[in-house]
Design a protein around this ligand. Structure first.
Ligand SMILES: [Fe+2]
Ligand SMILES: [Fe+2]
Length: 164
């Protein structure tokens, strides 16, 4: 059985993952509103991944005999200003999530809860990917700044995310 401290931390993390999903869905909706269909699709995929992360924590908590308690989500912004700014916010957000996961890892280590550490290893690796992807998208959109043709090219490319 999982400790109450870790149970609370994982419940907070379920909320954080769903907040991430909600934030990226808001970015997708904003991209739609300015006709960047490709970036919109990219953010939709990102939102789906965050839902899967929440589900992963949810299932782990159930498996460990913990109680899942859902919390209200934060209202995301409706306007992101530019695609570049949206990716800057994506990177900042992913860094924030990494810090949260590291904190839970530290708690699990102090408690000698090896199962939770093992579960979190997947997330530690996933966050390396998440930050790298956000950094890449930010760098590319930054390079396309002031060049609408390049930004449209990136939009089309981003829309292919997840296609084989
Ligand atoms: Fe996540
Ligand atoms: Fe993420």
């Amino acid at each position: 059985m999982i400790s109450e401290t870790l149970q609370n931390a994982i419940n907070e993390q379920i909320k954080a993952e769903l907040d991430s999903s909600y934030l990226y869905l808001a970015m997708a909706a904003w991209c739609e509103s300015v006709n960047f269909k490709g970036f919109a699709k990219w953010f939709e995929k990102q939102a789906e991944e965050e839902n899967a992360h929440a589900k992963r924590f949810y299932e782990y908590l159930v498996d460990r005999g913990g109680r899942v308690i859902l919390k209200g989500l934060d209202t995301p912004p409706a306007d992101f200003g530019s695609v570049e700014k949206a990716f800057q916010q994506t990177l900042d957000h992913e860094r924030h999530v990494t810090a949260r996961i590291n904190k839970i890892y530290d708690m699990a280590r102090n408690e000698k809860d090896f199962a939770t550490q093992e579960m979190l290893n997947w997330f530690v690796k996933e966050q390396v990917e998440e930050e790298a992807t956000a950094e890449e998208m930010l760098a590319q959109t930054r390079m396309a700044e002031g060049r609408p043709g390049n930004l449209l090219y990136l939009d089309r490319h981003a829309g292919k995310r997840g296609d084989a």
